[in-house]
Design a binder for this molecule. Structure first.
Ligand code: PEP
Ligand code: MG
Length: 566
């Protein structure tokens, strides 16, 4: 029996068999020739057979899937039979290339051609590359890439997950996610929380676990235990009770003494917004508009944008919806807005800064937002990502005013913005702390890197001090220098950690926005403390020497976490 320790990023305690995510398929060597003794006809027939096997497998998975996953699988299955792909490969085999190399090159040209056609066709370009990997894996007798297909539930173990993997991730069969890489603010972590799956990231050694090994995963403690015993079995059973208790969330965030802390949802589009409203969110604290257009290589029109935004607004009539303007760049490149060749994209032209290099895009987005807001009953607030100076905040506020948008705000995710929050808040109506980026920039640690996970946690006292400075900045700016005169929320992943959420409230944060699945757990813990107790816990965390000291000191004072398995 072996224990593995990583960083817990999404709570839950489950037991199940391991399924390893297959390694990515490597490129066959350039110029690889047909092996001796294999004829062109044999190699071509073998390729066709492999393509048919891939098609049949994807088709049968599509029949079992539903929603987005079904559509993705159906489209990919069709690509496996694409005549242009197979004919192109056939010609290369006839010239003497191996069938693996031939299909690799043929797929590259088909993909490029689709990409150049733009629109819907361009979106199919990645399907061809997916199919190519599957066909090559089939020819090599290797497991197909991507999330393993299985009719029975399993614990998915991977190095890391790409956002695209999640289209086919079925939460009904994946019990938990465990990765050896990835950090607490990586997209794997964000995805796991949004699906409500227990998850552990940055757990070295888990790549060597054999398929089928029974393991226990605790997504709060960040542990994976091989060959679980009685203690783990009863913990997993107790979690089932917690899960049903949390299902009773009444939609209100409050401390034990009635201090209201609106609990809002982070969404990426209308579908998320509808689900968030059903889960009891009081509104939207972060609408990541770039998620509506990630696959686009041309700027969406004002009409297209207005329609996408209105879908979200309509899910929350009469409620607050905080929309963030396009946050393109770094880990979320948008081909029509960002330069893929930047040497240092996290420090590059991202977020609000793209207004420097692509003037007009932000203005048109604000126009689309205003148009959608006019047609809806939501209380629409708009904020810009990656604001670093009071000047930028002022410029953004005047652009919002020009578009007729009344509540402009900024995200505080660059340390300079936290340090000058008072000046920045003089220019805008509110701020929202993006603790994922604030942590990565304060600690100079890429949020996607597993080995830096220990640095990259918002429990770092340095990050907590920046949060406090921001809240104080808002207070200084307020009418009677009253704490929180201008609202300062948190919409980074920190808000979804129930213990840290209490600390944030104690530091003066006024709203918490998170993936809707985490709302119930945060509400359950928040209502066990008074505001004064939250303030004491905030002091405790701020004065800790290390992130781990801060976390364990606070958790030690919140026994409800252990009771609920959070
Ligand atoms: C953040 O940085 O905390 C944030 C909420 O923005 P994103 O995760 O989209 O970068
Ligand atoms: Mg950010």
């Amino acid at each position: 029996m072996q224990n593995f320790q990583g960083v817990g990023v999404s709570p839950g305690r489950v037991i199940g068999p391991v399924r390893q995510m297959p390694k990515p398929v490597s490129e066959p060597p350039a110029g690889e020739q047909l092996p001796d003794g294999v004829s062109v006809e044999e190699a071509t027939a073998e390729l066709k057979q492999a393509a048919t096997a891939v098609h049949d497998e994807l088709k049968s998975r599509a029949e079992r899937a539903s929603g987005d996953g079904k559509a993705v699988l159906e489209a990919t299955a069709l690509m496996a039979r694409d005549t242009m792909l197979l004919k192109g490969a056939g010609k290369l085999i006839a010239k003497g290339l191996s069938n693996q190399r031939a299909v690799w090159e043929s797929a590259a040209s088909v993909s490029e051609m689709l990409h150049n056609l733009g629109g819907y066709m361009a979106e199919r370009a990645t399907d061809v590359l997916d199919v190519r990997s599957r066909i090559v894996a089939e020819l090599r007798g290797q497991a197909a890439p991507g999330i393993p297909a299985s009719a029975t539930p399993f614990v998915l173990v991977a190095e890391d997950l790409a956002p695209a993997d999640t289209a086919t991730l079925d939460p009904a069969v994946v019990l938990a996610l465990v990765t050896s890489g990835g950090g607490p603010q990586s997209h794997t972590a964000i995805i796991a929380r949004s699906l409500g799956l227990p998850a552990v990231v940055a757990a070295p050694g888990v790549d060597d676990l054999p398929d089928g090994a029974e393991v226990y995963v605790d997504g709060a403690a960040g542990t994976l235990v091989e060959e679980p015993g009685d203690a783990e079995r009863s913990a997993a059973a107790a979690w089932e009770e917690t899960a049903s208790l949390l299902a009773d969330f009444d939609g209100q965030g409050t401390t034990a003494d009635g201090h209201l802390v609106p609990l809002l949802a982070n969404v990426g589009g209308a579908k998320d917004a509808v689900a968030a409203a059903e889960l009891g969110a009081e509104g939207v604290g972060l609408f990541r508009t770039e998620f509506c257009f990630l696959e686009r290589d041309s700027e969406p029109t004002v009409d297209e944008q207005a329609a996408a935004y209105q879908g979200v607004f309509d899910a929350f009539p009469g409620k607050k919806v905080v929309l963030r303007t396009l946050d393109a760049g770094a880990d979320k490149p948008l081909p029509f807005l960002t330069d893929a060749t930047e040497p240092n994209p996290a420090l590059g032209v991202r977020g609000y800064r793209t207004d420097l290099t692509s003037p007009g895009v932000l203005q048109r987005q604000l126009e689309a937002i205003a148009r959608a807001a006019e047609q809806s009953e939501a209380d629409v607030w708009v904020m810009a990502p990656m604001i670093s100076t009071a000047d930028e905040a002022a410029k953004f506020a005047s652009m919002c005013a020009g578009a007729g948008l009344k509540t402009p705000g900024v995200m505080v995710e660059v340390p300079s913005a936290a340090l000058t929050a008072d000046a920045i808040l003089r220019e805008v109506s509110f701020a929202s702390l993006g603790t994922n980026d604030l942590t990565q920039y304060a600690m100079a640690a890429d949020r996607q890197l597993g080995p830096l996970a220990a640095l990259n946690t918002p429990w770092q006292p340095a990050v907590l001090r920046l949060v406090r400075l921001s809240a104080e900045g808002a207070a200084t700016e307020g009418a009677a220098a009253e704490r929180n005169a201008k609202p300062v929320g948190v919409c980074g992943e920190a808000a979804a950690d129930p213990a840290l959420a209490v600390v944030l409230v104690g530091l003066g944060v006024t709203t918490l926005s998170m993936t809707a699945r985490s709302l119930a757990a945060v509400a359950a813990v928040l209502k066990t403390v008074t505001l004064a107790q939250a303030q004491e816990l905030a002091e405790l965390a701020l004065s800790a020497r290390t992130a781990e000291d801060a976390r364990s000191a606070v958790r030690g004072k919140l026994p409800v976490l252990e009771d609920l398995g959070l």
